[in-house]
Design a protein around this ligand. Structure first.
Ligand SMILES: [Zn+2]
Length: 58
């Protein structure tokens, strides 16, 4: 089952929708997205946990 994370749930106004085959893959892609589009250089565990909580089955 595909996993999906809508970045707008954490970053108001962001239209990115990140999909992966499993939660870990979505997390990795979300990190790359945060680096590229939100200028993040670090990914603290609490932020990763916030993303993980919002990953849904699609
Ligand atoms: Zn975003």
């Amino acid at each position: 089952m595909t996993k999906v994370f809508h970045c707008a749930e954490l970053k108001e106004g962001c239209t990115a929708v990140i999909r992966g085959e499993n939660a870990d893959q979505v997390i990795e892609l979300a990190k790359r997205h945060a680096e590229k589009d939100h200028g993040h250089t670090e990914h603290p565990e609490d932020k990763v946990a916030e993303v993980r909580k919002r990953i849904r089955d699609e």
